[in-house]
Each structure stands twice: as C-alpha cells, then as structure tokens.
Ligand binder design. Structure first.
Ligand code: COA
Length: 169
C-alpha cells in the first residue's frame, strides 16, 4: 500500500458553542467536546485509510482551558501514525478571539481508530510518512503511547512494551 502524508488526513471542524452544550458555569460541556473530537478524528482516520473506522480507545485528553458560551471552536485532527489496522489520531482544539481573530490552543487529545471491513474485523491501513518536525515528533512517540494503551487495557504484557519501558530505564 502506498504511504500517505498526515496532511492528507487533516479534518477541521469549526462551530460555535451554543446554549445546551454548556455546563452550569456556561463553559463548553466536556462530553460535547469529546464528541466533536471523535467526529473530527473519525473523519481523519477515514481519510487516511479510506475504510470504515471505529474508535478503539481515547488515549489522552487534556481540558486545559475552559471554552465559554458563544466561542468559535476549531477542532483539527490528523493521523499521527498508522500501524497495521490501527491509527493514532492527534487532535488540537483552538478557540478564536472574536475581535483579533487570533486562535489560542485550548485542549488536545489523542484517539485510536481501527479500520474494519463489513463484518467489523480489522483490516490493514496504508503506512504514513510524517513530513514536518511536529509530525515526526508525534509519529515517534505514538508507538510508546500505543503500548501504554494496550498495557492499560490488559492487551499487552508490560514486559513486552519494549519502547515504553526504555523511557524509564
Ligand atoms: C476496535 C476493535 C475493532 C478491535 O478489535 P480486536 O478484536 O481487539 O482486534 P485486535 O486485537 O486485532 O486489534 C486491532 C488493532 O487495534 C489495536 N487496539 C485494540 N485495542 C486498543 C487499545 N485499547 N489501544 C490502542 N490500540 C488498540 C490493536 O493493537 C490492533 O492494532 P494493529 O492492528 O495496528 O496492530 C473492536 O474492539 C471493536 O469493534 N470495538 C468497538 C468499537 C466501537 O464500536 N467504537 C465506538 C464507540 S462505542
């Protein structure tokens, strides 16, 4: 399969924060942001693999900044690494200042998607070739994150997580 670049998978979702999507402090409800990120990441994984994809795990979410009612929120998702059937998708969330138009990073997350066939069984995806420094950094760290996720899910023995263990030795 021909390798693709992360930029080919880029998915960008921009939308307001509306009433009904906020918590009692009038900031964006965390579950709403998780859903927006899941949609963007699913589109990115679908663009990379050109297959049906399912969310296998949410590996990391950081709600660093509250996002107030009325904000314009942009969710950017890109495949950071492709393995055999799974893909790590890195998601950056930006909030736009209405007056200056400047965008501030509000949150980020990392999801894992798996490409599946009509029966829901995993299928192979194309490899990925990172281009920019940031894409290379995220690509390099993705294997350790996959191992950590599998260990926590009880699907890999800690002793087999060679690259992850190397961080602590
Ligand atoms: C995701 C799913 C297809 C994986 O099926 P499976 O039988 O566990 O298949 P495998 O063990 O062969 O794993 C497939 C890939 O997913 C990866 N994977 C599975 N669980 C993972 C986890 N918790 N974290 C990271 N990767 C994971 C495996 O490492 C493997 O990757 P690789 O092929 O690139 O090496 C299956 O569990 C599923 O359909 N889950 C429901 C998905 C869903 O409905 N999501 C919507 C939210 S409800």
């Amino acid at each position: 399969m021909k390798a693709r670049h992360p930029s080919e998978s880029l998915a960008i979702l921009t939308d307001f924060v509306l009433t009904g999507e906020t918590n009692s402090l009038n900031n964006l409800f965390g579950g709403e942001l998780l859903a927006r990120m899941d949609r963007a990441a699913g589109i990115a994984a679908g663009r990379h693999s050109r297959r049906v994809v399912v969310t296998a795990s949410v590996n990391h979410v950081a709600f660093n900044k509250a996002i107030p009612l009325g904000s314009v929120v942009t969710v950017e998702a890109k495949v950071s690494r492709a393995f055999t059937s799974s893909m790590e998708v890195y998601i950056d969330v930006w909030v736009e200042d209405r007056q200056s138009g400047d965008k501030t990073k509000a949150n980020e997350a990392i999801y894992t998607f798996v490409a599946v066939n009509e029966s829901g069984n995993p299928v192979e995806v194309p490899p990925i070739e990172p281009q920019t420094d940031l894409e290379k950094e995220r690509y390099d760290a993705a294997l350790r994150r996959k191992q950590l996720s599998l260990v926590l899910a009880g699907k890999m023995k800690p002793n087999d997580a060679t690259e992850l263990k190397a961080l602590f030795i």
